[in-house]
Write a protein that binds this ligand. Structure first.
Ligand code: C2E
Ligand code: MG
Ligand code: MG
Length: 694
């Protein structure tokens, strides 16, 4: 205290007294600064204005007394320590002043430097302690208030109970949740509020109290008919409990769970639930030495119905089919939809394996009854494959796979029948499925490559166009020819993507060669049936051609007769669109299909490619030659450019040339080769002028 200036206020109307106080303080080692007031009025002016460490107050003042000064100071929260100077030893008065907030008193007669210093130091210390205590109390009150505010503002219901299960705090939300008025609840037994809680809750509540452990639990609170998330926190005074209504979350969860395990269209269990149930039944029946049957059903020609009547009719049909299937089995059996037109039935607990035959026959019979679909009567049939546990597999996956394999056999045996699985079926089916899964990955793994085969113009001996031919460079099996995987790609719909890649790649390659100076070079690309029919074919094509920056006038598509014959009118209009775009069209493998020369007239074709089976005959017999000769003549009257495929010998080459065939393609000239090698051929033969092409 001695190292800082002590601020002292002397309130005394007697100048001599004030002087002796000052002298007593300054003669000690205290360094002080004095303000003097000779009245209560003036004293408060100073007190309001600045702060003092201590005030020395005479009891008797002209405009009041010491006691009222102290009271006023404390009322106004002036924290200065107070020492009263009394003239006479009035014990009663001193007590009152101490009570009012004075820290000490000194009889005026005993004013010595020592006494005063000690008293001042004491007074300041006491006052400081009081102030600290008050600040701490204020803080506590404020923090309690804050906690209370929080507890009232949270959406959770909350209460605290003491160790005697009495409520020590409860928020309004708790009152609302338990339908209780919270007024006057503090001190009541908690069981009053909780109503009749479910036993799981009581158990947790007791555990938390007895073991003083925190507990978090979710459960259905019967008497309120809601789901609650309950958090219990112990303290030495009891428990704090939070309740949160999670009914809507639970509802969402239940809904999501339903969606994750069911097929939305038919409400049947989906694959996930099917596998779950199947696995469960396998464990169950193992003990009883019974059997389980898995029936894999695929609706025959469902796609046709979908295409003919539209998707919503297709959906309606699937719903009706699922009702029928359900009606054919017992309530404990599972009918699931895997997706598309595939369903699986699990027959539980079969006493005799023969029973499955009856069910399969019943299913076939029921399915072949006519069904009303958006006002039309349709008849659908099904192919069913059956596998049995434990003979045909001991896991859900194996049984399902084997039933699927048997179903394929049913399809290939003419549909509308069922087949029991036998191990001999597996090999060819497994192969097909392995191939399918590899094929699905081939595109993203960049396993496709194009080879190119030139066609030579017979008049100039130069290359007129180059045909892009696809190969699959399989990581284990090596190069796979297109006819070994394209049918499967068509079947599973991958052809659209593969086809897009082919066009893109071929265009890029053609552009590269054109940029090298072979400006009149044509690129021909084979288009398959499903690719041609795809709705987005034209749009996609526009995009690809634009991306690659190749002129469409240098692009030719080879289509087979099959494409053209199916859905003749639609094909013609699509072909016309392509022609309008500037793309040339060739009919590939001419002579192998059903097409008659007569309807060739109706097709907007530029080029006709004579199939190599005719070309092979050219060597062999005069008839062979005359057939080819008449094809060439007719094509020319229709103003078509004629190419012969599969030219393998010099004799064929000369013969075809002499018959007026425009261009020749075949091993005799070059087999299909990688792009790099083709560049050599371009150099060797040169490129025929574009004007040669019809
Ligand atoms: P294509 O369009 O008729 O192609 C001609 C096929 O005959 C090619 O078989 C070719 O390698 C082969 N070839 C060429 N010259 C001779 C010859 O002198 N003698 C014999 N015996 N054969 C010859 P490849 O490459 O195996 O293609 C087979 C078929 O696969 C093609 O027949 C075509 O229809 C289809 N294809 C090929 N690439 C694609 C493609 O990118 N997309 C589509 N959709 N189909 C394609
Ligand atoms: Mg071709
Ligand atoms: Mg061909």
């Amino acid at each position: 205290m001695s190292d800082r200036v002590l601020r002292v206020l002397i309130i005394d109307d007697d100048e001599v007294d004030r002087l002796s106080i000052k002298r007593a303080i300054t003669s000690s080692n205290m360094c002080a600064e004095f303000i003097e007031a000779d009245s209560v009025n003036l004293a408060f002016k100073y007190l309001e204005d600045r702060s003092f460490d201590v005030a020395l107050i005479d009891y008797q003042l002209p405009d009041g007394d010491g006691l009222s000064v102290i009271r006023t100071m404390r009322e106004r929260e002036i924290d200065t320590a107070v020492i009263v100077l009394t003239g006479r030893g009035d014990e009663q008065l001193v007590m009152e002043m101490i009570k009012a907030g004075a820290s000490d008193y000194i009889p005026k007669g005993k004013l010595s430097s020592d006494v005063l210093c000690r008293s001042i130091n004491n007074a300041i210390r006491i006052r400081q302690a009081e102030v600290e205590k008050r600040v701490a109390e204020d803080k506590l009150i404020r923090s309690n208030q804050r906690i209370e505010n929080i507890l009232e503002s949270i959406t959770d219901a909350f209460f605290a109970v003491n160790n005697d299960w009495e409520i020590s705090y409860v928020n309004n939300q708790a009152g609302f949740l338990f339908e209780h008025n919270v007024e006057g609840l503090v001190g009541e037994s908690v069981w009053e509020v909780l109503g009749s809680p479910p036993s799981w809750f009581k158990e947790k509540f007791f555990t938390a109290m007895q073991g003083k452990v925190a507990i978090s639990v979710e459960g259905f609170y019967d008497c309120l008919q809601i789901w609650l998330d309950i958090q219990i926190y112990p303290s030495k005074d009891g428990l704090s409990v939070y309740f949160r209504d999670i009914s809507s979350r639970k509802e969402t969860e239940a809904r999501l769970n339903y969606l994750a395990t069911h097929d939305i269209l038919t409400d049947l269990p989906n694959r996930m639930m099917l596998m779950d149930r199947l696995t469960q039944s396998l464990t169950r029946v193992l003990w009883h030495k019974r059997s389980v049957a898995v029936l894999f059903l695929d609706v025959d020609r469902f796609k046709h119905i979908n295409d003919t009547f539209g998707h919503s009719a297709g959906d309606e049909l699937l719903r009706k089919i699922s009702e029928r299937l359900r009606a054919c089995v017992r309530s404990g059996d599972t009918v699931a939809r895997l997706g598309g037109d595939e369903f699986v039935i699990v027959l539980q607990d079969l006493a005799h394996q023969q029973d499955v035959v009856e069910v399969a026959e019943k299913l076939l019979a029921s399915m072949s009854q006519p069904i009303q679909v958006s006002g039309n009567e349709v008849v659908v049939t099904t192919s069913i494959g059956v596998s049995l546990f434990p003979n045909d597999g001991d896991s859900a996956e194996t049984l399902l796979r084997n039933a699927d394999t048997a179903m394929y056999r049913a399809k290939s045996s003419g549909r509308d029948n069922y087949q029991m699985y036998s191990p001999s079926m597996t090999n060819s089916e497994t192969e097909r499925m392995t191939m399918e899964s590899h094929l699905r990955k081939a595109l993203e793994n960049h396993e496709f490559v194009l080879n190119y085969q030139p066609m030579i113009d017979t008049r100039t001996g130069q290359i007129t166009r180059v045909e892009a031919l696809l190969r699959w460079d399989h990581p284990n099996l090596g190069i796979i020819p297109p006819l070994d995987f394209l049918p499967l790609a068509e079947e599973i719909g991958l052809i659209e993507y593969i086809g897009e890649w082919v066009i893109r790649e071929a265009c890029a390659q053609c552009k590269e060669w054109q940029n090298k100076g072979y400006t009149d070079l044509y690129m021909t690309v084979n288009i398959s049936d499903r690719e041609f029919r795809a709705q987005r074919f034209i749009d996609q094509l526009e995009e690809v051609v634009k991306d690659q920056g190749i002129s469409k006038n240098y692009l030719e598509f080879e289509l087979t007769e099959k494409i053209v014959v199916q859905d003749f009118e639609a094909s013609i209009s699509k072909l016309n669109r392509l022609r309008e775009m500037g793309i040339k069209l060739a009919l590939d493998d001419f002579g192998t299909g059903y097409s008659s020369l007569a309807y060739l007239k109706k097709l907007p074709l530029n080029t006709l490619k004579i199939d190599r089976s005719f070309v092979a005959d050219v060597d062999e017999s005069p008839e062979g030659t005359s057939i080819v000769a008449s094809i060439i003549a007719l094509a020319h009257t229709l103003n078509m450019y004629v190419v012969a495929e599969g030219v393998e010998t010099e004799k064929q080459y000369q013969m075809l040339k002499s018959q007026g065939c425009d261009a020749l393609q075949g091993y005799h000239i070059s087999p299909p080769v990688p792009a790099k090698e083709l560049l050599g051929l371009l150099k060797k033969y040169g490129v025929a002028p574009a004007s040669r092409i019809a």
